[in-house]
Design a protein around this ligand. Structure first.
Ligand code: HEM
Length: 204
């Protein structure tokens, strides 16, 4: 008989889908601005710039909400990989994604209310949410308010390192997004984890 577990409160789900939508809008408009070609625009340049600015500010607000709500609710604890044996558990999980899953092996670390994320998820989500997104958002804000940037840095115009950081962080988030959506299909059924992210209920 399948067992149901109410795992994800409404605020996480609303934050998650708002965040996902904003990141997709930012990726499309960001790519359009970066690879700007007046003859072949993905989104017309000044429109892309306006949408990118507004969605970027909305992402700063959504991120602030995420950090505060994680502290207040105690959900931040899910993101902390618990020693001992973090590396060994990450490896066992990676081996399952690369090998075990194709041979019908059971999930090595079934979800519980206390431990929602396996060690690999915890490490990656932590890096994305507490290292990569802050770099992306802060470099974006400096771009929006360039008077915040130093005049010169390492002998270059002060905005150049900011531009490189912003681009690399954005490209990395897009790569995360692609692998994240693929790994989202590795629940008990292809759609199970997406359903949990919508309803909050996990079934196993
Ligand atoms: C189309 C876009 C996206 C889809 C379909 C998607 C799908 C999912 C699914 C199925 C889960 C539940 C599985 C799990 O707990 O690991 C999840 C959780 C999560 N996703 Fe996404 N995601 C998307 C975009 C993003 C983006 C852009 C980010 C961050 C930059 C992100 C960050 C997270 C985080 C942090 C969790 C764990 C939330 C929690 O339980 O506290 N997702 N996502």
């Amino acid at each position: 008989m399948s067992e149901r577990l109410y795992l994800l409160p409404l605020w996480i789900r609303v934050w998650h889908w708002t965040n996902a939508l904003l990141i997709i809008v930012l990726a499309v408009t960001g790519a359009s601005l970066h690879f700007a070609d007046p003859k072949l625009p993905l989104v017309e340049f000044s429109l892309a710039a306006r949408i990118h600015d507004i969605a970027g500010l909305a992402l700063v607000a959504a991120y602030t909400f995420f950090v505060v709500a994680n502290i207040v609710s105690g959900n931040w604890w899910q993101y902390v990989p618990k020693p001992p044996g973090v590396l060994a558990r990450c490896w066992r999980q990676t081996r399952w994604y690369l090998w075990g899953i194709f041979f019908g092996e059971p999930h090595p670390y079934p979800v519980t209310r206390e431990v929602n994320f396996n060690a690999l998820q915890a490490v990656i989500y932590w890096l994305v949410m507490y290292a990569l997104l802050p770099v992306l958002l802060i470099s974006g804000l400096v771009f929006m308010f360039p008077q915040l940037a130093p005049d010169r840095l390492f002998g270059f115009d002060g905005l150049l390192p900011v531009a490189i950081l912003h681009y690399v962080a954005g490209a990395t988030i897009v790569m995360f997004l692609i692998s994240h959506v693929y790994l989202g299909t590795t629940g008990n059924t292809v759609g199970a984890m997406f359903k949990t992210m919508v309803t909050g209920w996990h079934e196993h």
